[in-house]
Design a protein around this ligand. Structure first.
Ligand code: M6R
Length: 606
C-alpha cells in the first residue's frame, strides 16, 4: 500500500511533508520517513511505527531543505522496522515507492555483481541502485525511462537526486499518483486527498507515465521518454474537517453517523415527490443488460454478496459475485450483455482496480459504487454511483458498508422496476419502507449496554461463529470479519445450513455463536440450526427483530432485538449490533481500534 508525498518549493518542506504524511496514514502505518536535499546532500530520517514517531524525532524538527519526499509504509518485503522504512537512498538518489517490484531478486543479483551495496530487505532498494547505475552514463530522462522498463510489477515513485537540486521525479505503473500545482511550488502525492490542504489543481499520472516536477512547472513523459501534455483538473476546494468530536475513536463516530449516510443516499437517489428512484445518466438501455457481476474485496465483497440476494429477489437478471483478486486471474467468460459493478470505499483497491481494467480491456459495461469520487476506480469506470458517506477514517469499514448496500439496494429496486420484474405497487411499498430506514437505524443504535457487557466472552473464547441464512448470510460474514479485524480473535461467518456439513465439529461447551435470525422466510430454518449448535454446548447470541411472536427456543444465552421493517431492509439493522460487538471487544482489549495491526485503509498492492 504505502503513501507518497513530494514537495518542491522555495520554503523549507519538512513539516509540510510530515503533516501530509499524517493524511496518508490510512495507506499504511508500519513506519514513516522523509528525505530532503540541503547543502548538496540527501538527508534522510526514518522511524518505525506511526508518523507521530517521525514528527517527534529531533532530526526531523531541524531538517532543512526546500525539496523533499516522504513516505508511510505498509510492509511487503522485509519487516516493518526503520531500516526497511522508506526513503531508500544511495549517495546520489533517494526513492519512495508504493507497490511491489516482482523481479527485485533478479535485479538485485545483477546490481550486487556490479558492486552495489544493499542496506534493507526491501524490493524498493533495487530502484535506487538501478537509477544510480544508469546515471553513470545517461541523463535523468533516459535513466528513469530505462529503469522503469526493467521493473516488473506495480509502482508509484517519488525520486530526488543529489546533483539535481531543483527537481523531483514521479512515475506510475499500477499504483496511483497525482501531481499538484501551488504558488511557486509543486507537489507529488499518492492521492488528491493528501494534497488538498495545499492545492485543488491536480493532474493524475496514467500507467507508464513519469514526470519532472520543478518549482514553477511540471513536465510529463510517456514510457518512451517522449514529452506529453496532460490536463490540469480543478477539484472542489472544500476540505472536510476530520475530528473525533466527543468520540474515543473514529470507528465509534462512524457507526453513529450511519443514519446520516442513509439519509444522504436516500436524498440523492430517491425522488420523494414523485415516489421514484432517480439514477441520472444511466448510460445503457435496460434491455441491453441481462446479467450483472458484482466485484469487490473484504467488506465491499460482502456488499456485493448482499446485492446478489436483493437483485435475485427484485429482478430476473443473472447475478454473480466475485472477489476481485480471484476474478482478475480467472479465465472469465465475458458476456456482451453483462454489466460489471465494482464496489469499493476507497476506489483505490489494487485488485478491484485490476478487475475493472480487465473488464474495460474486454469492452464490458462498467459501473463503480465508490465513496471517494476522485479515486482511480471512479475515474476509470463508465458510470459512477457515489456512496456519499463522507470520509471514513477507521480502517474497519462501517458507514461505507451501509452506504454501499444502500446504493446497491436502490439500484436493485430501480432495475426491478425498469425491467417490470416488480410492479409499481411493490416498488412504492418498498420505497416507503426505505424512507423510514434512517430512523430505524437510529433506534437500533440505542441498543448498546448489552453488547458491551457480552463482548468480553468473545475475547476469552478460542473462537466464535456467526451464522445466518439468505439475506442474513452476508451480514454474518461481515460480523465475523469485523471481529477478527479489530479484536484479533478467530471468528468465522457461515451459512447456518452448512454447519452440519463440517463446521459443527468445532462447537464445544461455551463457544460463543452469533445467530442472525430475523423474522423473514428463513426464520424457522435458522432457528432449527440454532438449536443444533445449542444442543452441542454453544453459547448463542441470537439477533432478531422485534415481534409479537415469542421465540420458541430454550437455552439461548443472550438475545438482541433490532427494529422491525420489511425483510429486505433487516440486513441494515442486523449489521449495527455486530459492528458494536467488534468495537467493544477491541476496546476491552485496549487495541488500536482505528488502526488495527497489519492492516491499512486503502489496499493498493495486490
Ligand atoms: O476501499 P475498499 O472498499 O475497496 O476496500 C476493500 C477492503 O480492503 C475493505 O473493505 C476491508 O475489508 C475493510 N478493512 C474491512 O473492514
Amino acid at each position: 500500500m504505502c503513501g507518497i508525498i513530494g514537495i518542491n518549493s522555495n520554503k523549507p518542506v519538512s513539516s509540510t511533508i510530515v503533516n501530509s504524511l499524517k493524511k496518508l496514514e490510512y495507506r499504511g502505518y508500519d513506519s514513516a520517513g522523509i528525505a530532503t536535499l540541503s547543502s548538496g546532500l540527501i538527508n534522510e530520517v526514518k522511524s518505525e511505527g506511526r508518523v507521530d514517531n517521525l514528527e517527534k524525532n529531533s532530526l526531523v524538527q531541524n531538517m532543512e531543505g526546500t525539496i523533499g519526499i516522504g513516505h508511510v509504509r505498509w510492509a511487503t518485503h522485509g519487516s516493518p522496522n526503520s531500516i526497511n522504512a522508506h526513503p531508500h537512498s544511495s549517495q546520489n538518489v533517494s526513492v519512495v515507492h508504493n507497490g511491489i517490484i516482482e523481479n527485485s531478486t533478479l535485479l538485485k543479483k545483477f546490481l550486487v555483481n556490479k558492486g552495489h551495496k544493499f542496506k534493507s530487505q526491501t524490493d524498493t532498494e533495487v530502484i535506487v541502485h538501478l537509477i544510480s547505475e544508469h546515471l553513470k552514463t545517461d541523463n535523468i530522462v533516459n535513466s528513469i525511462k530505462k529503469t522503469l522498463k526493467s521493473l516488473h510489477g506495480s509502482f508509484a515513485l517519488g525520486i530526488i537526486f543529489k546533483d539535481q537540486p531543483d527537481l523531483i521525479v514521479g512515475a506510475r505503473r499500477g499504483s496511483p499518483l497525482a501531481v499538484g500545482y501551488g504558488p511557486n511550488e509543486n507537489y507529488l502525492g499518492s492521492d488528491s486527498y493528501a494534497l488538498k490542504s495545499m492545492t485543488n489543481k491536480i493532474t493524475y499520472l496514467n500507467d507508464g507515465e513519469f514526470c519532472i516536477i520543478k518549482k514553477d512547472h511540471v513536465e510529463f513523459f510517456n514510457e518512451d521518454g517522449i514529452k506529453i501534455n496532460k490536463k490540469v483538473l480543478e477539484l472542489s476546494s472544500t476540505e472536510e474537517k476530520y475530528d473525533k468530536g466527543d468520540y474515543k475513536h473514529f470507528m465509534a463516530k462512524e457507526i453513529e453517523e450511519q443514519p446520516i449516510t442513509l439519509k444522504n443516499g436516500i436524498n440523492e437517489y430517491v425522488d420523494k415527490s414523485n415516489n421514484d428512484i432517480n439514477i441520472y445518466n444511466f448510460p445503457w438501455k435496460i434491455n441491453e443488460i441481462s446479467s450483472l457481476t458484482l466485484i469487490g474485496c473484504g467488506t465491499a465483497y460482502h456488499s456485493c454478496l448482499m446485492a446478489k440476494y436483493w437483485l435475485e429477489e427484485l429482478t430476473s437478471l443473472d447475478v454473480s459475485v466475485d472477489i476481485a483478486s480471484e476474478f482478475r486471474y480467472r479465465k472469465n467468460r465475458f458476456k456482451k450483455d453483462s454489466l460489471y459493478v465494482f464496489v469499493s470505499q476507497s476506489g483505490e483497491t489494487a485488485d478491484t482496480y485490476a478487475a475493472l481494467d480487465l473488464c474495460k480491456q474486454n469492452n464490458m459495461k462498467t459501473c463503480a459504487v465508490v465513496n471517494v469520487i476522485e479515486s482511480s476506480i471512479a475515474r476509470d469506470s463508465e458510470f459512477v454511483l457515489p456512496i456519499h458517506c463522507g470520509t471514513e477514517i477507521g480502517v474497519a469499514s462501517t458507514k461505507a458498508f451501509l452506504g454501499q448496500i444502500l446504493i446497491l439496494y436502490i439500484l436493485s429496486l430501480k432495475i426491478g422496476l425498469w425491467r417490470k420484474d416488480i410492479n409499481k405497487e411493490t416498488f412504492s411499498k418498498k420505497l416507503k419502507d426505505l424512507k423510514e430506514l434512517p430512523k430505524m437505524v437510529e433506534k437500533t443504535l440505542l441498543t448498546d449496554n448489552k453488547i458491551q457487557s457480552i463482548s468480553g466472552t468473545f475475547n476469552e473464547a478460542k473462537g466464535s461463529m456467526f451464522l445466518g441464512r439468505g439475506f442474513s448470510y452476508p451480514i454474518a460474514l461481515e460480523g465475523a470479519l469485523k471481529l477478527k479485524e479489530l479484536s484479533y480473535v478467530h471468528a468465522e461467518g457461515y451459512p447456518a445450513g452448512e454447519m452440519k456439513h463440517g463446521p459443527l465439529a468445532l462447537i464445544e461447551e461455551g463457544m460463543p455463536v452469533v445467530v442472525l435470525a430475523p423474522r423473514d422466510n428463513y426464520y424457522k430454518k435458522t432457528i432449527s440450526n440454532m438449536q443444533e449448535v445449542i444442543a452441542r454446548g454453544a453459547k448463542v447470541l441470537l439477533i432478531t427483530n422485534k415481534s409479537k411472536d415469542e421465540i420458541v427456543s430454550e437455552n439461548i444465552w443472550e438475545k438482541i432485538e433490532v427494529e422491525s421493517t420489511n425483510a429486505d431492509l433487516l440486513p441494515f439493522l442486523l449489521t449495527i449490533p455486530l459492528q458494536k460487538l467488534a468495537y467493544y471487544s477491541a476496546l476491552k482489549k485496549g487495541y488500536d481500534i482505528d488502526k488495527p495491526r497489519n492492516l491499512a485503509k486503502s489496499v493498493t498492492v495486490e
